[in-house]
Design a protein. Sequence first.
Length: 264
Amino acid sequence: MKQKVFQLTNTNSTILLIEDYTSLRLALTEYLSDQYTIIAVENGIKALEVLENTKVDLIILDLMLPFPLDGYAILKILKNNSKLAMIPVIIISTLNNENDILTGLENGAIDFLVKPFSEKQLKVKINNHLLVKKNIVKDLETNYILNSTSTHPCFTNNESDFKTQFDKLVEELLHTAECTIPAIAKKMSMSIASLERGVKRVYGTTPNKYILDFKLRKAEIMLRQKMGNVTEVSYALGFNSVSYFCNCFKKKYKTTANDLLKSK
C-alpha cells in the first residue's frame, strides 16, 4: 500500500531551504513545491537576505554551509532576533554524533535529520511542526478563561491585545535565553509586578507557571508526534535539566515522557 502523507489544509506556507549541495537542493525543492512555496538558497548570506524581506514559516538548514556563515552561525542569528526566533528550524546534516545534534537543538533548532534521510519523513516532520503552534494556541484558548477586569491600561483598552502580545512573545522567545519574565516585561513596556498581575488576571496563574505549562503542552505534542527523543525535546524547549523536564511532565500528564514517546 502506498504510504499517505498527511496534508495541511492550508498549503500556503513558505519554507526557506538553505542547502549548498546543488542536487539535493533541487531535489528537495521539486519534492516539496507541490505543497509549499519553497525559497532555496545555497549560503547563509542569501538566507539572511530572504529573511529580511520575506515572511518564512519554516527553515530547513544544512549545517555545513560555505564561509562566512555556517549553519550554527545562522542558528545563533535566528536565536538572538526576536522576530526570527519563532521560526521552526529543521536541521539536515551529515553530522550525526550526539554532540552535534544537541548543539543544534540547544541553539534553537526544533528537529535534526541525518543525511541521507527519507523525503517522506521530512515532509511529515514539516507538517507536524507547522501544526504545533496551531494546536498549542487552540489548547491554550480552550483551557484558559479570560477575566474582563484589570487596572493596567494595557487591559482597560483591550484585554485581548495583552493576551495576543504576551502569547506572541512567549512563542517567539520560547527557544531563546530571553524567555524570562524580566525580558518579556521589558518588551511589553511593563514593570514585572504589572506583568505578573496582568497574567494572573487573564490566565489565572503566574507568568512562570504559564510559560512552563506552555512548554509542557508543546512537549506533549512533539512527543506524541515523534518529533524527537525526550532529551532532544527537553533541550529544544529550553529546559536546562532533562530530569526537571521529566518530573514536570509526569506531574502534569500523569505519565512519563518516555512512555508517551513509546505509545502508538
